[in-house]
Design a protein around this ligand. Structure first.
Ligand code: AHR
Length: 631
């Protein structure tokens, strides 16, 4: 905290405000300064605006935030409870700001209504960490939350394996239908169990998420429950109600219970698994630890802060509960030692890739990492070779930016057997069984969102001169995650908006020549009749532009061109009036990656995904931003 010292006047003003606020505010949970009101040495105040304090995990979040801040003598938190009311949450935030907070952590009551307020705070210069429910747009500092859909799927897959070929009867106990978390968990659960042969689902609705309601309902539904093999419910409190009711009815040895949450503490998920009362829980970190960790990095202006962190959820049953409890309780610390990392880089196909390699090499030095990088020239075989050589060398961590998504299971298993964790950088892989945990985390962009952003820009900016606008899609290389996912996101928004069609698409391998070739081949067989080109990267768009110009077709005038990456070359093309729009894909992920490597080696749990900060630029703003481009 030494780098973030406030003036004494600031501290004094804050302390006076704390005192007044604690007296004046109803519903504001003031966490007093130090023992006996000692106010010296406070450098930062973190305001926490909680949506409500009815839901169990929200109380757990506040407790975890408090526990974490207690570790730092110069940090204080002030929390407010919006009681589920968005107008009150807006008022709470104004009060916190008046109070002099340096950073806001918010779990919004309603992500749509609160979006504007979050933007206002962020624009005023106060960093904002959004938790649990993501808001649309880019106007916040960091989002931290779980993937509730995946949590539900993990529980569903576990039950499918548990019941095996024979299958069985599963009672699904669902709580409050307005709970976004619950609804997403249920939907993930159903996607995993529905259509599985021999599994019969019986849904029971509670209307609330309390332990008592779950207890009563389990007894009321005895007729169905007594013949079930498993009861699934999506929170620890409901699971405790179910377990108590099963015990009361003498069914606890016959009917298994599986839930989500996996909180620590007496009679919470992990404890119930340890006691043998809960068959399994899908644990999801609450995120308080991570929020304070990142809050400190933000307040210290450190590099390596991403845009989104999607927390990791794990299946925990009797086989791994003790190991998980010790990991949760263990204190982690970075010993600062040099870490040896093997990096398999996909190639040198684009300006983006060159900037990406540079960022990784530079940050490795900054974070005291001994980096061994192998460039694979777009060959999966070469990547296998590199990974195997890293295993033989005995590096601490392997990082891979894979040329294609599939085919990695075997080599990843070899790394796992050698005890070397693997991080996916920039591009992700699809493995056969996620529960094998063959990779530790993914750091990079949200490619699906990039595709959506490209199509949203088209929807909002390209005039509809005819009933159906014809789009040419120039894709990257076959089977790569940016190719598949950008296409997926683009089509998702296209389908929601009538009047557009993808009339032609081909692969340009992310290279200048590839983009040029796609346009050339089209023109060899067709009169030019395309209204919009969506190019999955800048290099291909620039190649396409050159080819169009050679045929007398004016880029941006005769055809709108939207690409992904937003490199300096793309900005120059926008300033020249040739490229219409560039959706950013940030190659400068070295700092986030190196921070994650250090965290991993100091024993911290890795999130599922760490997503970088990205925006959308068009000709209207290109001139303003071109000077600030870092790549
Ligand atoms: O994986 C990221 C993509 O790969 C970039 O968009 C592209 O330019 C690169 O080659």
């Amino acid at each position: 905290m030494t780098e973030y010292i406030k003036t004494k006047w600031h501290i004094l003003a804050v302390l006076i405000a704390v005192a007044s606020l604690s007296i004046a505010l109803y519903g504001c949970h003031y966490i007093p300064f130090g023992e006996g009101g000692n106010k010296d040495g406070v450098s930062s105040i973190i305001g926490v605006s909680q949506a409500n304090m009815r839901e169990e995990w929200r109380v757990a979040l506040i407790n975890e935030l408090r526990e974490e801040t207690d570790k730092y003598e110069d940090i204080r938190i002030v929390t407010t409870d919006a009681t589920g009311n968005a107008s009150k949450q807006i008022q709470d935030i104004d009060n916190l700001i008046g109070f002099g907070i340096d950073l806001l952590i918010i779990s919004p009551c309603d992500e749509k209504i609160m979006g504007d307020k979050i933007k206002e705070v962020h624009d005023s210069g106060i960093p904002v960490i959004v938790m649990d429910r993501a808001v649309e747009g880019f106007d916040y500092t960091l989002y931290i939350g779980p993937d509730n859909e995946v949590i539900g799927q993990q529980a569903g897959n576990y039950i499918v394996n548990l019941l095996g070929e024979k299958g069985g009867d599963v009672v699904v106990l669902s709580g409050n239908p307005t709970s976004v978390q619950g609804t997403e968990r249920l939907s993930g659960f159903k996607s995993a169990v529905e259509n599985v042969k021999n599994i019969n689902i019986h849904e029971v609705y509670l209307g609330t998420e309390s332990k008592d309601a779950a207890y009563d309902m389990t007894i009321t539904a005895k007729r169905i429950v007594k013949d079930a093999d498993v009861v699934f419910t999506y929170s620890d409190s409901m699971a405790l109600g179910v377990c108590d009711a099963l015990r009361f009815m003498g069914l606890d040895k016959k009917v298994m219970t599986v839930d989500c949450d996996g909180f620590k503490g007496v009679d919470e998920g992990l404890d119930l698994v340890s006691q043998g009362r809960l068959k399994a829980t899908v644990s999801c970190p609450i995120g308080g630890k991570e929020a304070i960790d990142y809050a400190l990095s933000i307040l210290n202006n450190e590099s390596g802060v991403p845009k989104q962190v999607i927390l990791r959820s794990n299946i925990i049953d009797s086989t791994n509960v003790e190991e998980n409890l010790s990991r949760i309780n263990a204190e982690t610390a970075d010993d600062g030692r040099k870490i040896k990392v093997g990096y398999s880089q996909v190639g040198q196909e684009s300006n983006w890739r060159l900037a990406n390699t540079k960022s990784i090499e530079e940050s490795a030095k900054e974070f005291n990492i001994d980096l061994h990088m192998e460039i694979a020239d777009q060959s999966q075989e070469k990547q296998f070779e590199a990974i195997r050589s890293f295993i033989n060398e005995g590096v601490d961590v392997i990082v891979v930016s894979p040329v294609v998504e599939t085919g990695w299971d075997e080599v990843l298993r070899e790394a796992k057997a050698a005890g070397i964790p693997v991080i996916m950088s920039d591009r992700n892989v699809v493995v056969e069984n996620r529960e094998e945990n063959l990779t530790t985390t993914y750091i990079g962009a949200d490619f699906v969102e990039e595709g959506r952003r490209a199509m949203r820009w088209i929807r909002d900016n390209v005039s509809k001169t005819k009933d159906t606008l014809r789009i040419m899609e120039i894709m990257g290389n076959v089977g790569a995650s940016p190719t598949e996912e950008r296409d997926q996101g683009f089509r998702e928004i296209l389908l929601e908006n009538p009047g557009y069609e993808i009339s032609y698409s081909d692969y340009g391998d992310f290279t200048f020549e590839g983009g040029r070739k796609v346009v050339r081949e089209y023109l060899e067989n067709n009169e030019w009749d395309i209204d919009i080109i969506f190019s999955q990267n800048d290099d291909m768009a620039l190649g396409a532009i050159e080819e169009l110009k050679e045929h007398g077709i004016k880029p941006d005038v005769d055809v709108k061109i939207i690409s992904v990456d937003a490199t300096t070359e793309a900005f120059e093309a926008m300033v020249r009036g040739e490229l219409s729009c560039a959706v950013e894909c940030n190659p400068v992920i070295g700092p986030q990656l190196m921070k994650a490597i250090r965290d991993l080696c100091s024993g911290k749990q890795m999130p599922f995904r760490i997503i970088t900060d990205e925006k959308v630029y068009d000709q209207a703003v290109a001139d303003e931003y071109i000077r600030k481009r870092l790549y």
